[in-house]
Design a protein around this ligand. Structure first.
Ligand SMILES: [Ca+2]
Ligand SMILES: [Ca+2]
Length: 77
């Protein structure tokens, strides 16, 4: 009983830590102009480069609506 309960807690904590790191990295990526915050200026920067190769945030090789969506999801986080 004791072991089973311990292993559940450990697994839960790892998942939580992994999620935090992923979220942190996404925020760094979304801060396109690197001013330390994710806001409409980053969206404008990406919007002005649609169809180009950079800044490609989600790694699909082109700047598109998906990259804008990624930033939009980070605004206010
Ligand atoms: Ca920014
Ligand atoms: Ca992209």
């Amino acid at each position: 009983m004791h072991y089973s309960s311990f292993s559940f807690s450990a697994s839960y904590d790892s998942t939580l830590i992994l999620w935090d790191i992923t979220s942190y990295r996404t925020q760094i990526l979304a801060d396109v102009n690197e001013d330390g915050t994710v806001n409409v200026l980053d969206m404008q920067r990406v919007a002005s480069r649609l169809g180009e190769a950079s800044p490609d945030l989600n790694g699909d090789g082109v700047v598109n609506i998906l990259d804008l969506t990624l930033i939009a999801n980070q605004i206010g986080n």
